[in-house]
Design a protein around this ligand. Structure first.
Ligand code: 8YV
Length: 327
């Protein structure tokens, strides 16, 4: 029989997933849960036939240029693949897969949690309890803004955007969206959603904006300083997608100046760094990239990675192929 391909996993995964991978493949695990340095990542791609990276691995052109010619598959543990240089992977004949679908509901739940938390000042109130600042109820204490009846503008109406829309409908938000392509009429009707071909026009009319698109060259700083200025001062912005979609410094300046009412951010432009000025702003809810962080979700993601690898090794097209390496 053939030699089993060497699978190198860059981060600690759920035990059940690691056990199964060890049974199925010649697997090398990362036993301490720290991200690989760029040097360790080079070591990994020099040896691996199959690499399993996560969002914390910058698999750029420089790394890939040093890869083992036998590196044939990058089976990403995660849906976003913006940390992988796809053009270089394609040229080098490396197929790339991801884990779509299994984190849709969890990420939409976290998005909805932020949509509720920011206008209703949930994190501020919680801090007030812990610091002992609460002196009792007052008719004018801790007033936020009503959610019901407001306009939610979803940027990126894919799986996650639609799952957010479904939740938001139950909170009586009206659904608006901007997307590369307009959705079929039947889907628009399901959400009673209004399509905005012009992102600029949508931004100017919304009460809450939710970012649910991938980070690609086309969406980098999609919310640029110019576009952020189109938002009304009473508006809120929520991001559970990728920090790079918003110009984080411009966003911080606007929040400080009171040109925006608040933000709920689960992702940042230079993770794990956060613009320190954001930490000073009470109307901002900050989360450590935990949109998909559920026990169930991580196992589902691991199972998807395993199916993608297994199908590929068996000589078939993996179910979640993002790109096929040319050779
Ligand atoms: C993951 C994510 O936690 O899947 C994604 O794109 O951002 C998160 O859900 C992380 O990326 C895993 O690599």
């Amino acid at each position: 029989s053939q030699k089993k391909p060497l699978v190198i996993v860059t981060r600690k995964l759920p035990d059940a997933i690691e056990t199964r991978m060890m049974e199925l493949f010649d697997t090398r695990l990362n036993l301490d849960d720290t991200p690989l340095s760029q040097n360790d990542l080079i070591e990994a791609v020099r040896k691996a036939d199959i690499l399993v990276p996560t969002v914390t691995d910058r698999v750029d052109a420089k790394i890939l240029s040093q890869a083992n010619p036998n590196l044939r598959l990058i089976a990403n543990f995660g849906t976003g693949v913006d940390h992988i240089d796809l053009a270089t992977a394609r040229q080098r004949g490396i197929t790339v897969t991801n884990t779509p679908g299994v984190l849709t509901e969890d990420t939409a739940d976290m998005t909805m949690a932020l949509i509720l938390a920011v206008p209703r000042r949930l994190a501020e109130g919680e801090r007030m309890m812990r610091t002992g600042e609460w002196t009792g109820w007052s008719p004018t204490g801790m007033l936020g803004r009503r959610i019901s009846g407001k306009r939610l503008g979803i940027i990126g109406m894919g799986r996650i955007g639609q799952a957010v829309a479904r939740r938001a409908q139950a909170f009586n938000l009206s659904i608006h969206y901007h997307n590369r392509n307009r959705l079929p009429e039947s889907v628009e009707q399901e959400f009673e959603a209004t399509y905005w071909e012009s992102l600029d026009q949508m931004l100017a009319r919304m009460d809450i904006i939710s970012i649910n698109c991938p980070h690609t060259p086309a969406t980098y700083h999609l919310l640029s300083a110019r576009r952020l200025k189109l938002l009304q001062p009473h508006a809120y912005i929520v991001n559970t997608a990728r920090g790079e979609v918003i110009d984080e410094n411009a966003l911080t300046r606007m929040l400080r100046a009171g040109d925006l009412s608040g933000a709920g951010l689960d992702v940042f432009e230079h993770e794990p760094a956060v613009n320190p000025k954001l930490l000073e702003l009470p109307q901002v809810v900050l989360l450590p990239h935990m949109g998909s962080a559920t026990i169930e979700g991580r196992i589902d993601m691991g199972e998807k990675v395993i199916i993608n690898i297994k199908t590929f090794v068996d000589g078939h097209t993996p179910p979640d192929r993002v790109l096929q390496g040319l050779l």
